[in-house]
Write a protein that binds this ligand. Structure first.
Ligand code: PMP
Length: 748
């Protein structure tokens, strides 16, 4: 050997530190002659692949021969050895030193980067190898357990049995690729700052589960001087910051760590059985393995698995069985008040939603014909992913320039009527209405308003005054007048046909006159154009136009509350007010906008907003935050891409045809009405007198629940079935609901 060549430690190859003519150091690898040439070439290729993919990852670089080949050849004592030249990495081999928590985190990151860098590298050689050290095959070492001390034998057998029975089958379903295979403290260099300076020795690469690099390293970096739980926690956290773990990977990590630990004494036994003396650092590993396993068992697998799940950002597994519904209800009453309303008796305990289906704690599925908040379907994957992705990237407020808020505002304006081109973000329908009302007061200088009799517009004090349905018996707001509902079935002009829009609208005239006489004037009328709380009304053509004209004439503005009717619910158009052929001064949105994520906004004319902002600044902390806007944008994408406005129209029309057919069998149904996927079915005891069948409605809802269908009730008399499903509702869903209603009505 040349002078100045410094031999380095290595289990299979002979390695030397050499000085290149350039003066730089390099590692000269004299490869084990029994190692196949393809395996050695694979190392060289892998290092070149890593260099191309992640140039900053501190692993050795391959230095090709002068004539450009990856490997050289050297004849030594009559035998030809493949040789490889690698760049020298500065840093100390970690060996028996311990890493700080920060460095362990860094190591986790490095392992994940290594996995990413190797992900696209393909070679047959590592798949064909069979190494004693391959954790996947640990159970093959079980014959050597008899050579362990008696008290260790049982523990080793236990680990190997568990490995063969549970971990090996689990690993067969895990993502696999070429991995380093042997990242341990003698293959890791520490840089001058105490962080990871390099990962070396790619001689044990195999094609196997990605998680093994993390599992093996986590086992090998456990040290008697550090808390093992913390070591594992930090490494997983670091890894996860680059590459999320799959849940199955996280859950078997602790078993893999134990397996790796128990392999050391078993391989030692194997070696001594074949007359090979263990060398160097192996003994250090060996002596700590079994005590470390005992320590891990003392901490407890359950706790460690929980810790790993937390580090990998998976929720904790509940400690015991879910509480019985009875207990949940008691707890709810205790902490959320006795009177807070729950649907159904007994209440429905829901645990999961998917599309138009809700699932209860017992695993039963219900067709959701009620909820309009999950507008494009419960937990739509495109929306939930958009929310999660944005939550992982940035979530802040509109005091900064943020892309999502601008894009969402632009998209809403594109969808809105002419002139409505300014958007103010808030968090709910109530807040949107509240803000529109403030703007209307500011611009008009008036203080009075108009709302529909039995309307609902929100929870704030201002909106409570516009929500007589909150307190049907004692509603009292001197500055608000209630418009008689333009109900073709039960309204004051029911039975008439001519000029109904204008005749109902004219009922506003005396109310406006009263507001003016009392000094309130009219600042705004606020109307839900689906007339949802009124029992989903088919308002006569021209009605809203007549109201709007009168309000404007009185110097007031018109707020189209699109919390219910917006986003294509009514099928005929994207916004409810369009169906009534009006252009309001405000559109307010909430509920469906974020598919369950809180999103609210006011869309108005720029001069209205400008005037309002003269009265003082406006800022909503959460309004327009990045995640809310990402949710809102995703909902708009889904509505467009899945053609859901048209779906609401065609499925809604179909549903009403089917419901009307039930009328021939069930005299309880007095009227079927609505537009798009907002349908009202009014139940009456007598079709002639139209006496509301309120108690029957309540019973029917519980019977429908038994049939696996969730429907609500509405209207002043509580006798209108409200069928208002997510707008991904299909004809099959409609058939299911109608058949259930048919059976429930028969059982009533
Ligand atoms: N307006 C209408 C028409 C509504 O239906 C609702 C909610 N049901 C609201 C406003 C209030 O919205 P939020 O509950 O988001 O405050």
């Amino acid at each position: 050997m040349n002078e100045g060549w410094i031999p380095l430690e290595g289990e299979r190859d002979q390695n030397f530190r050499v000085r290149l003519p350039s003066g730089r150091s390099a590692v000269f690898k004299l490869c084990h002659p029994e190692e196949g040439e393809d395996v050695i070439l694979c190392q060289a290729e892998a290092l070149e692949h890593i260099a191309a993919v992640d140039a900053d990852l501190p692993v050795p670089r391959l230095i090709r021969t002068r004539d450009g080949r990856p490997l050289g050849r050297m004849v030594h004592e009559g035998a030809a050895y493949p040789v490889m030249l690698l760049s020298w990495l500065d840093g100390e081999v970690l060996g028996q030193n311990t890493l700080s928590p920060e460095a362990l985190h860094d190591l986790g990151r490095m392992l994940a980067r290594l996995g990413m860098a190797l992900r696209g590298y393909v070679s047959a050689a590592p798949a064909a190898r069979s190494l004693a050290w391959d954790t996947r095959h640990a159970h093959r070492l079980s014959p050597f357990a008899v050579r362990l001390a008696e008290d260790e034998r049982e523990l080793a057998q236990d680990i190997l049995e568990r490995h063969a029975a549970a971990t090996v089958p689990a690993m067969q379903r895990m993502r696999s690729q070429i991995i380093h295979g042997d990242v341990h403290p003698y293959n890791v260099l520490i840089g001058p700052t105490g962080f990871i300076g390099g990962i070396i020795d790619f001689g044990d690469m195999v094609h196997g589960p990605l998680i093994l690099d993390l599992a093996n390293a986590a086992a090998d970096f456990l040290s008697a001087e550090a808390d093992p739980a913390e070591t594992i926690f930090e490494m997983v956290r670091g890894y996860r910051s680059v590459t999320p773990l799959e849940e199955a990977e996280a859950d078997c990590l602790i078993d893999l760590i134990e397996t790796r630990l128990v392999m050391t004494p078993l391989i030692d036994a194997l070696k001594s059985a074949s007359g090979i003396r263990p060398q160097g650092y192996f003994e250090t590993f060996n002596s700590r393995s079994m005590p470390m396993i005992r320590l891990l068992r003392k901490i407890g697998h359950q706790r460690l698995r929980g810790l790993i799940r937390r580090a990998a950002a998976y929720p904790a597994i509940p400690a015991g069985p879910a509480p019985a519904d009875e207990q949940s209800l008691t707890r709810r009453r205790r902490f959320m008040g006795e009177k807070l309303y729950v649907f159904y008796d007994p209440p429905l305990h829901v645990v999961k939603g998917e599309g138009v289906w809700l699932q209860d704690a017992g695993g039963r599925r219900y067709l959701d014909c009620y909820n309009n908040v999950p507008h494009v379907g419960h937990c739509h994957p495109y929306v939930t992913e958009a929310i999660a992705r944005q939550a992982r990237t940035l979530n802040t407020n509109t005091r900064y320039l943020t892309d999502q808020s601008v894009e969402y505002a632009e998209r809403l304006v594109e969808l809105s009527s002419e002139g409505l081109s300014s958007v103010v973000f808030v968090n709910s329908g109530s807040e949107a209405n509240d803000l529109a009302w403030r703007m209307a007061k500011a611009l008009s200088g008036h203080r009075g308003g108009l709302a529909m009799d039995f309307a609902y517009h929100g929870v704030s004090e201002a909106m409570d005054a516009f929500s007589p349905s909150n307190a049907p018996d004692h509603w009292n707001a001197p500055h608000v007048r209630l418009l008689p509902a333009p109900c073709l079935y039960r309204g004051v002009f029911a039975g008439d046909t001519d000029g109904l829009g204008e005749r109902y609208a004219a009922l506003a005239d005396p109310l406006i006159a009263e507001l003016e006489a009392e000094g309130f004037g009219v600042a705004a009328a606020i109307v839900d154009s689906a007339f949802m709380t009124n029992g989903i009304l088919d308002a006569p053509p021209g009605y809203l136009e007549g109201i709007l004209r009168r309000v404007r004439k009185a110097g007031g503005l018109f707020i189209a509350d699109e919390v219910q009717s917006g986003f294509g619910r009514i099928g005929a158009s994207f916004w409810g007010h369009r169906h009534h052929r009006i252009v309001p001064d405000f559109i307010t949105i909430g509920k469906p906008a974020g598919n369950g994520h809180p999103v609210g906004a006011v869309i108005t004319r720029p001069e209205i907003l400008a005037h309002f902002l003269k009265t003082g600044p406006f800022f909503s902390t959460f309004g327009g935050n990045n995640v809310a806007c990402a949710a809102g944008l995703a909902v708009l994408d889904v509505i467009r891409d899945e053609d859901l406005v048209e779906n609401a129209r065609s499925v809604g029309d179909y549903l009403r045809v089917e419901l009307k057919q039930l009328m021939s069998r069930h005299s309880l149904i007095g009227d079927v009405r609505g537009v798009g996927l907002a349908t009202g079915v009014e139940l009456v005891r007598d079709r002639r007198t139209r006496e509301p069948a309120a108690s029957e409605t309540t019973r029917l809802l519980n019977l429908l629940r038994d049939e696996g269908v969730l429907i609500g009730s509405e209207g002043k008399h509580g006798n209108v079935l409200k069928i208002r499903p997510p707008i991904v509702f299909t004809r099959e869903n409609a058939n299911f609901a109608v058949a259930a209603l048919d059976r429930a009505l028969a059982r009533l």
